[in-house]
Design a protein around this ligand. Structure first.
Ligand code: PGA
Length: 255
């Protein structure tokens, strides 16, 4: 049985222009020494940064690029959405799905997230599927119920069609109360949630699938707390927002 691949991902949200992105990769290339073959490094910039100039600068620095979302249809009358099939065709192989900001501000539901996941997997993209409870859900004792529902939305799709050979499906546990707030989950809280998610996956898809699944932690990850989080066997990577925007900070997390 192999170990889950480690994924260090940066979600730039609506920050950076294409030229700033190129500059970022030039800088970070000089800061990250040597490449770790067992680790994937992925940046999710705004869609307008997904072009060949940024891609080539990213590749030189050892990074792959991804979209922050994809639509469930390949094409059609869906203003402002992006097609997974087309992104994949033009060389962008990763996508986030159901980030909590999409759930909170743009009415993403477990149902629409599942549809997006299906399209992403069909296109051959690698996926980071985001889940996480709000503070009030945690405080009212609903955390496990919420995480289970969110996980099952993804697993229903995966049980219909497993990822292809070499295609990565991963889950990011991002407690909503920890995103952009400077409040990280404690290591124990993160491990508790990750173990629960892995158990849920194991019940539906079997232990081999769950043991190989990369589960990332996200929510106020910094250069100071990343090492401790990543030293837990349950935590197979991090999804980093604010701290991924500065090459000098993100390079520390990567190292
Ligand atoms: P943060 O964002 O690291 O700024 O908390 C994480 C995320 O939104 O993925």
């Amino acid at each position: 049985m192999t170990k889950p691949i480690r994924i260090i991902a940066g979600n730039w949200k609506m920050n950076s222009s294409p030229s700033e992105a190129v500059e970022y990769f030039i800088q970070i290339a000089s800061l990250v020494q040597g490449q770790n073959k067992n680790q994937k490094q992925v940046i999710f910039p705004p869609t307008y940064c997904l072009n060949s100039d940024v891609k080539s600068a990213a590749e030189k620095a050892g990074f792959e690029l991804g979209a922050q979302n994809v639509h469930w249809e390949e094409k059609g009358a869906f203003t402002a959405e992006n097609s997974a099939a087309v992104l994949r065709k033009i060389g962008f192989n990763w996508t986030l799905i159901a980030h909590s900001e999409r759930r909170q501000y743009f009415a993403e539901t477990n149902e629409t997230a599942a549809k997006r996941l299906k399209a992403a997997l069909k296109s051959g993209m690698n996926v980071i599927f985001c889940i996480g409870e709000t503070l009030s859900e945690r405080e009212s004792g609903k955390m496990f119920e919420v995480l289970k529902k969110q996980t099952l939305a993804a697993l229903t799709i995966i049980s219909e069609s497993k990822p292809q050979e070499g295609q990565i499906f991963s889950i990011a546990y991002e407690p909503v109360w920890a995103i952009g707030t400077g409040k990280t989950a404690t290591t124990a809280q993160a491990v508790e949630a990750h173990s629960f998610i892995r158990k849920t996956v194991s019940e539906i898809l079997g232990s081999e699938f769950s043991q190989n699944l990369s589960i990332l932690y996200g929510g106020s990850v910094t250069a100071d707390n990343a090492k401790e989080l990543l030293s837990q066997t349950e935590i197979n990577g991090v999804l980093v927002g604010g701290a991924s925007l500065k090459p000098e900070v993100f390079s520390k997390i990567i190292s």
